[in-house]
Design a protein around this ligand. Structure first.
Ligand code: ADP
Length: 183
């Protein structure tokens, strides 16, 4: 676990399962365009939320790479799910901008809905093939850039499934420009 503060916002990374973040207002889904269940994060979220999540998602689909939409959390222990469609690496371009847009739009939606804490998985780094180190830098820079426009959000958690991904996040979080609590 590593933690940084950006002004009064707590950024942390932990190893775990995105569906098991009961203290967080909104969890982020690494969604598919149809907002359906599937493998990876989307499968885990839809299984835990129950079939009513897919029903709520149906009229919102399809979404474009870089886009985010918000729904209720149904049987999940959170207040909302923010569904982001990351770029497929090597296909959706410009990949970096599209991936950054996911994080920026997710924070903007959280702010607008009064969701103070948000947990992200490593969007696009599974089935969509985005190299983890590059994706981590894009994610952290996008979030650092978007936080000033999303002042309702005071806590951002990155939930990594595997130890190697957590190690990358810990390293990149350490090297992010930041401040200590109370600064
Ligand atoms: P994408 O299609 O955007 O690449 P995936 O769901 O395939 O999304 O994977 C994104 C990342 O999330 C991968 O690093 C994968 O190992 C991880 N992951 C898979 N399931 C979970 C889960 N339940 N909680 C957190 N991370 C997960």
């Amino acid at each position: 676990m590593a933690e940084r503060w950006l002004r009064n916002v707590r950024l942390e990374c932990v190893r775990g399962d995105i569906t098991n973040q009961a203290d967080i207002d909104a969890i982020v889904n690494a969604a598919n365009a149809e907002l359906r269940t599937g493998g990876g994060v989307a499968g885990a979220i839809h299984r835990a939320a129950g079939p009513a999540l897919e029903q709520e998602c149906r009229p919102l689909a399809p979404i474009r790479p870089g886009q985010a939409v918000v729904t209720g959390a149904h049987r999940l222990p959170n207040r909302a799910v923010i569904h982001c469609l990351g770029p497929v690496y090597g296909r959706d371009e410009p990949a970096e901008e599209l991936l950054a847009a996911c994080y920026q739009q997710a924070l903007e939606l959280a702010h607008r809905h009064g969701l103070r804490s948000v947990a992200f998985p490593a969007i696009s780094t599974g089935a969509f093939g985005y190299p983890v180190e590059e994706a981590t830098r894009v994610a952290l820079n996008a979030i650092a850039g978007a936080l000033p426009q999303a002042p309702a959000v005071t806590h951002v958690r990155f939930v990594l499934f595997g130890a190697p991904d957590l190690a990358v996040y810990e390293r990149e979080l350490e090297s992010l420009e930041g401040t200590e609590p109370g600064d």
